[in-house]
Design a protein around this ligand. Structure first.
Ligand SMILES: Nc1ccn([C@@H]2O[C@H](COP(=O)(O)OP(=O)(O)OP(=O)(O)O)[C@@H](O)[C@H]2O)c(=O)n1
Ligand SMILES: C[C@](O)(CO)[C@H](O)COP(=O)(O)O
Length: 235
């Protein structure tokens, strides 16, 4: 099983001079925390890091300092998260034997508090299905809006009991996620904010399993999230 750690973003919402995956939380970079989780997971054989352009050497150094022994490679990311996923899938495709399949986990480097239990849950589900996501129940009421920013009005209030907030890792049989992305490439303009959406859209016959996530598995996105991650680590 490959674990792909997506660290190709530049952290616009976080701000600051370096990508957020390089910021330190309790003395260790966000990326280092994330890599440690996958290094410790017995289900994961190899780890592929997709890093923001120009920071590859730093990613290797962080992996080294985190004691990562499973590092397969550090490759450059793309313009969007999906482009970075695609780069990882191309790399894996050129490193597995023709006709061979494997399992792939795609994970946000920014979810630095991912637990061994979550990784095991996703890996276990992949024994029974070809695509799986982690999600937690929505605790707020979620609305869909229409209209322009500042003049928005509510278009719909979906039934909250059926709403979930998606986390990563998302797990796939490699042949399935590769086929989904190949189809997506043929449709210019298609965008997705996660990888399961690509399967849902282009391989609708493939059920995407949902397994429980954890509120602690937050995505470090805004400066406040760093403080929350720090507080959670202190516990
Ligand atoms: N081109 C991109 C964009 C994002 N990511 C990764 O996908 C994860 C989730 O993305 P996000 O939280 O949006 O990170 P950024 O793109 O860095 O943040 P922002 O959207 O605020 O610029 C992050 O670990 C990020 O590094 C990536 O690999 N390649
Ligand atoms: C994949 C994801 O973490 C699921 O919640 C999320 O969609 C990533 O979004 P981002 O805008 O790339 O942070």
């Amino acid at each position: 099983m490959f674990a792909v750690v997506l660290a190709g973003g530049t952290g616009k919402r976080m701000g600051g001079p370096v990508p957020k995956q390089l910021l330190e939380v309790r003395g260790k970079p966000v990326l280092g925390h994330t890599l440690e989780a996958f290094e410790a997971a017995p289900e994961v054989d190899r780890i592929l890091v997709v890093m923001a352009e120009g920071y590859g050497d730093q990613a290797r150094r962080i992996a080294n300092e985190a004691g990562v022994t499973k590092l397969a490679d550090v490759i450059g990311g793309g313009a969007s998260r999906s482009d970075s996923s695609l780069a990882a899938l191309s790399w894996i495709g050129s490193h597995v034997a023709p006709g061979e399949d494997c399992k792939v986990l795609l994970h946000d480097a920014a979810r630095m508090l991912v637990t061994g239990e979550i990784i095991a849950e996703v890996a276990g589900a992949l024994d029974e299905c070809d695509a799986v996501t982690v999600a937690v129940p929505a605790s707020d009421t979620v609305i869909e809006v229409h209209g322009d920013s500042g003049m928005e009005t509510i278009a719909a209030v979906p039934d909250r009991s059926r709403l979930r907030r998606v986390q990563t890792p998302q797990g796939f049989r490699f042949s399935v996620i590769r086929a989904a992305y190949a189809a997506a490439e043929a449709e210019p303009g298609f965008t997705a904010t996660d990888d399961c959406s690509v399967v849902l859209r282009f391989l609708p016959q493939v059920p995407v399993r949902v397994v429980p996530g954890d509120e602690r598995n937050l995505k470090v996105t805004e400066p406040t999230d760093l403080a929350v991650a720090e507080a959670l680590l202190e516990r």
